[in-house]
Write a protein that binds this ligand. Structure first.
Ligand SMILES: C[S@@+](CC[C@H](N)C(=O)[O-])C[C@H]1O[C@@H](n2cnc3c(N)ncnc32)[C@H](O)[C@@H]1O
Length: 256
């Protein structure tokens, strides 16, 4: 019910790219996201298809906010792919975003079966992509797929985010971070604040499911109002934040 209300509110307040008074954002939306992409998604499509059709089941360890769909710990890989994995549309937008901004170092918090990671690898084949996952069974499936599809620019770091995040943030800056695990208020804010020290003025943070719950909306409010954030974009499913210094704070609610 919360998500339905939030979506109506979003529909009433959102604009398309032509309502954006930020040349930086307009350029990203029109050149980076609109129209047909030159990227070849066939490898990532096959990656997902194999998971969608898998007959394998795994015992998962549930962290964070749990699931609105699953009960119990034995889950079929195909159901995880359908329910926890990024949608086809968002996966392409993610790849296009990486292709447009050309990040060198990328961090993903929440690998699951690696579908979003695979699309990021297509979008930025030259980037070093580090992805964090706490459930060893799903991470194991993802790792096998990355090897099979020769996605050699991906490194999976297994373990609870509480530990692994500190590890991968040590002495490393990231140009893009995709926050897609543990959809609760406190951890989301905590990860955001930890990641700030690994950000620079051209870094981009993307938060998934910002309207998933009241808590996630509160976390998003906190993040977009944070002093370091100069530009924030609410696309309903995602919240994007940019840190350019020397600009006035701006916020947009957009339909992608
Ligand atoms: C929504 S899924 C990621 C989906 C993936 N990015 C995609 O779109 O294909 C979130 C993942 O984060 C992991 N996770 C959640 N909380 C965690 C925590 N505290 N420590 C480690 N892993 C966690 C879950 O096991 C789950 O696989």
């Amino acid at each position: 019910m919360h998500a339905v209300k939030a979506y109506f509110n979003y529909l009433l307040t959102s604009k398309n790219q032509y309502g954006v008074h930020s040349p930086f954002l307009f350029d990203y939306l029109t050149k980076g996201l609109s129209g047909k992409s030159i990227l070849d998604f066939s490898k990532a499509r096959q990656f997902r298809k194999e998971l969608d059709q898998s007959r394998e089941s795994v015992i998962v360890q549930d962290f964070g906010a749990g699931s609105k769909v699953f009960k119990g710990n034995k889950r079929s890989v195909s159901k995880i792919a359908k329910n926890a994995g990024i949608s086809k549309k968002r996966a392409k937008l993610l790849a296009k975003t990486l292709h447009y901004f050309r990040p060198e170092n990328v961090l993903e918090i929440g690998t699951s079966l690696g579908i979003s990671t695979a699309y990021m690898s297509i979008g930025a084949p030259e980037a070093k992509i580090t992805t964090l996952e706490g459930c060893s069974s799903t991470a194991g499936v993802a790792k096998k797929q990355f090897e099979k599809f020769k996605m050699n620019n991906i490194k999976v770091v297994e373990g609870k985010f509480d530990k692994t995040l500190d590890l991968v943030l040590k002495n490393q800056q990231y140009d893009l971070i995709f926050f897609d695990g543990n959809h609760q208020k406190r951890p989301t804010i905590e990860y955001f604040e930890k990641c700030l020290k690994a950000a620079h003025e051209d870094s981009i943070f993307i938060f998934d499911d910002i309207h998933w719950s009241v808590e996630m909306e509160e976390a998003w409010e906190y993040i977009k109002n944070h002093g370091s954030v100069k530009l924030s974009v609410d696309t309903f499913k995602w919240g994007l934040v940019f840190f350019h210094t020397g600009r006035e704070k701006q916020h947009f609610t957009l339909r992608l």
